[in-house]
Design a protein around this ligand. Structure first.
Ligand SMILES: NC(=O)c1ccc[n+]([C@@H]2O[C@H](COP(=O)([O-])OP(=O)(O)OC[C@H]3O[C@@H](n4cnc5c(N)ncnc54)[C@H](OP(=O)(O)O)[C@@H]3O)[C@@H](O)[C@H]2O)c1
Length: 317
């Protein structure tokens, strides 16, 4: 029986690493996983974990692939010995956190290039063959930050909002081709993502005024609490990827957590945006729970929303 050939970007750590391991060690032994990494020098943790998990020989192969470099994508594609990829996982991503004016030179371009254009490059490389074969699945690692904006994540959210449009557009087109696109919408996940954020946490903060800096520190305290309370382990999140991968008729969106759905729904129930902006501001900057109280005051002020909604993740993702 032919194995399902899966190629994943961004496997040096986090979700990509755990998904590669999960599939390569699946008891069915039905997956051949090409785990790709921007820099092969960082493949140690993946290979050690694969050995510890007892991944069968030939179930996992690492390839260099930088989503910012079309030549490196083509070179990786040429090394897929099966001559086809059944499941493409566009997972590589980079965060950018801080006041807009504090982002370092080049950071904005870099993040858009990885998160958005990098995904487009991958699709341009792999989609034509899937269409020709009238078969294929594309899984894209999405984010709550692509469904509702988070403060101090303007460019990151812009990149993840853009992925939503990209994938939704393709999903409509691809129906008759038998190719399915799914976005796996993740809330906060315990990975090295914050530490790897472009330009470091906050960027050049002294470029921002004192009031903005104060709001940023408040937001960071809020994030700490949200990640502590709502952060998921990558092992839990990758099961949602498997759900999408195995679905006979995959949906466009899968959610790793339902915790933030009330806020997402608020964006649509008041199309003016005013309700969402007010609730999100309250949650991020007047988070009494993050300051040590029970948060009751903040809830009362926000009026319409209840505790769980106000405490929905507005953390960097
Ligand atoms: N963690 C969260 O809370 C969260 C929430 C929602 C969505 N997400 C999304 O989940 C995805 C994976 O992130 P993660 O949480 O697992 O964090 P992570 O551990 O930092 O993984 C990100 C991966 O992307 C890779 N990458 C960055 N630039 C690349 C490039 N130019 N070419 C190829 N690979 C590149 C990184 O490689 P290097 O190590 O070589 O830089 C790393 O392997 C991202 O798309 C992120 O936006 C994360």
């Amino acid at each position: 029986m032919d194995r399902t050939v899966v190629l994943i970007t961004g496997c040096s750590s986090g979700i990509g690493l755990h998904l590669a391991l999960r599939l390569a060690s699946d008891p069915s032994q039905s997956f051949k996983v090409y785990a790709t990494l921007r820099d092969l020098a960082s493949q140690g943790p993946l290979l050690e974990a694969a050995q510890a998990r007892g991944c069968p020989p030939g179930s996992l192969e690492t390839l260099q692939l930088d989503v910012r470099d079309a030549d490196s994508i083509a070179a990786a594609q040429a090394r897929v010995t099966e001559g086809r990829v059944d499941v493409l996982v566009c997972n590589a991503g980079r965060g950018l956190v801080g006041p807009l004016e504090a982002h370092k030179e080049g950071s904005v371009d870099a993040v858009l290039d990885v998160n958005l254009t990098g995904t487009v490059r991958m699709l341009q490389a792999f989609l034509p063959d899937m269409k020709r074969r009238r078969s294929g699945r594309i899984l894209v690692t999405g984010s709550i930050g692509g469904l509702m904006a988070l403060p101090f994540n303007a460019v990151y959210c812009a990149s993840k909002f853009a992925l939503e449009g990209l994938c939704e557009s393709l999903a409509i087109l691809l129906q008759p081709f038998g190719v399915h696109v799914s976005v796996i919408e993740c809330g906060p996940v315990h990975t090295p993502f914050p530490e790897k954020a472009e330009g470091g946490l906050g960027g050049v903060l002294d470029r921002a005024d004192a009031e903005t800096r104060d709001l940023f520190y408040r937001y960071l305290r809020h994030c700490e609490r949200v990640i502590r309370e709502a952060g998921q382990d990558p092992e839990e999140v990758v099961e949602v990827f498997l759900q999408a991968l195995r679905a006979p008729r995959p949906a466009l969106r899968y959610f790793t957590t339902e915790r933030f759905l009330p806020l997402v729904q608020l964006r649509f129930s008041d199309p003016s945006g005013s309700s969402y902006v007010a609730a999100a501001h309250q949650s991020a900057f007047h988070d009494k729970a993050a300051e040590g109280s029970d948060g009751a005051g903040a809830e009362a002020e926000a009026g319409k929303l209840g505790a769980s909604e106000l405490r929905a993740p507005l953390a960097p993702q």
